[in-house]
Design a protein around this ligand. Structure first.
Ligand SMILES: Cc1cc2nc3c(=O)[nH]c(=O)nc-3n(C[C@H](O)[C@H](O)[C@H](O)COP(=O)(O)OP(=O)(O)OC[C@H]3O[C@@H](n4cnc5c(N)ncnc54)[C@H](O)[C@@H]3O)c2cc1C
Length: 382
């Protein structure tokens, strides 16, 4: 474990990185739909892609409690950069750390940590959203290779990825385990096609519909064993939920600060908005919601650092943090009113972006089912 003085120095470095990102650049990229892939080499050079990754595979082995603060600070300035950092680590590095073969670890993890590879998580299908185990994309064995046929949808970063971590149903009635297998499909394998999906927010995280038309991969491209596919894809979700929650806290704090500034400066009826009790209390309630989410992320990060079971805390934290983000941005929009609705205002971006997270990365209804099971209310594993 690194000493606390080192933690302060690491956070200083993160703050310097954040200060160098011009706010106007964040606004421009959102307006022009420019993803932050060009920042990946810098994230790698600063060691951020390896920050919470075990030292045994080349990471810095920093605690999740520190990494979550780092993510919050990056997101405060530039949410798309914190978001791609989250995906690089939790969709790319960690599944390979947990389920990868020695060969996958030796080749892919150094490339990911160096910012030279990007794994896109290809789970969702037109017929399998929340019911992720219902995937119909088929993997058929042919000797030492597999042929993949099917369709995935809403897959972030797919075109820029080096690999598509793809969940498939194993063809054949005697398929082992859960009948699923996960593959690291090279993005440019023959038979992979994709189209971009237009959407309302998170403009710097492009989404794709992907076709797999008899795509051949080697047995060595499988992540985990046949029949372990679901675990290989979802086994690291508690980490991505911690990182995602920290990210939305950073963005929510930015939204609150914007609302605070506006309420102090905007004068109506001869007084600043912040002099009206209804506005003051709205700002206080926004602060309270953020604080609750912060405490939950802190608790989740502690459990992750102590290697405690954290699935329930991860589900609860994801619910509280993402619903807080919608609450804060909705009230932020109300306080700024027309000034927040203007295209150049960061508030409209926070507000649009926030809408995704209560159903993206595992819908909150499904998270509530996880909590219900932990409460002894029964129900099927999701
Ligand atoms: C911008 C964006 C980026 C995405 N990125 C990725 C990605 O990188 N990789 C990837 O694989 N997927 C990605 N997704 C897909 C995302 O994970 C799914 O949207 C999510 O899992 C929900 O699935 P769905 O949209 O099909 O909704 P559905 O599953 O159809 O659900 C619709 C509604 O019904 C509710 N519901 C469903 N089942 C139940 C139940 N049992 N009990 C109560 N309520 C229920 C849901 O909570 C939701 O409110 C992305 C989606 C978006 C919009």
């Amino acid at each position: 474990m690194t000493p606390l003085a080192d933690h302060a120095a690491i956070l200083d470095q993160v703050d310097r990185f954040c200060r160098a990102i011009p706010p106007a650049e964040v606004i421009r990229r959102d307006a022009e739909h420019v993803p932050p892939y060009d920042y990946i080499p810098q994230l790698a050079a600063l060691g951020l892609i390896g920050a919470p990754v075990p030292e045994s595979v080349g990471g810095l082995g920093l605690p999740w409690s520190l990494f979550c603060v780092m993510q919050e600070r990056i997101a405060y300035r530039a949410q798309p950069i914190a978001s791609i950092l989250n995906r690089l680590i939790t969709f790319g590095v960690l599944p390979i750390v947990q389920f990868g073969t020695d060969a996958q670890k030796q080749t892919l993890i150094p490339q990911l940590l160096a910012g030279e590879a990007l794994v896109s998580l290809a789970l969702t299908e037109p017929g399998a959203g929340s019911d992720a185990r219902a995937v119909a994309t088929r993997a058929e064995r042919h000797g030492n290779s597999w042929r993949i046929t099917g369709r995935k949808t809403w897959i972030s970063d797919a075109d820029a990825a080096s690999h598509l971590l793809t969940l498939c149903r194993i063809a054949g009635s005697d398929a082992p385990g859960d009948g699923l297998a996960a593959f690291l499909v090279p993005r440019h394998a023959p038979g992979v096609s994709m189209t971009v999906l237009p959407k309302v927010g998170n403009n710097c995280m492009p989404s794709y519909d992907i076709g797999f038309d008899g795509v051949t991969v080697e047995a060595a491209d499988m992540l985990g064993e046949p029949g372990q596919g679901f675990a290989a894809i979802t086994g690291t979700l508690r980490y991505s939920r911690a990182s995602l929650s920290a990210t939305v806290i950073g963005s929510a704090k930015a939204a609150l600060d914007l609302a605070l500034r506006h309420a102090g400066e905007r004068v109506q009826f001869g007084r600043p908005l912040s002099a009206f009790q209804v506005i003051r209390h709205r700002l206080v309630d926004m602060r309270l919601e953020i604080r609750k989410a912060e405490l939950m992320v802190r608790e989740l990060a502690r459990l992750l650092d102590e290697r405690e079971p954290a699935d329930e805390q991860a589900a609860m934290t994801k619910i509280v943090a993402t619903e807080m983000f919608q609450y804060v941005t909705d009230h932020g929009m109300q306080i700024l009113a027309s000034a927040g609705y203007a295209a150049e205002s960061p508030m409209q971006r926070y507000w649009r972006d926030a809408r995704l997270y209560s159903f993206g990365e595992g819908a909150n209804e499904i998270q509530r089912e996880i909590v219900a099971r932990h409460m002894g209310l029964g129900g099927k594993p999701q």
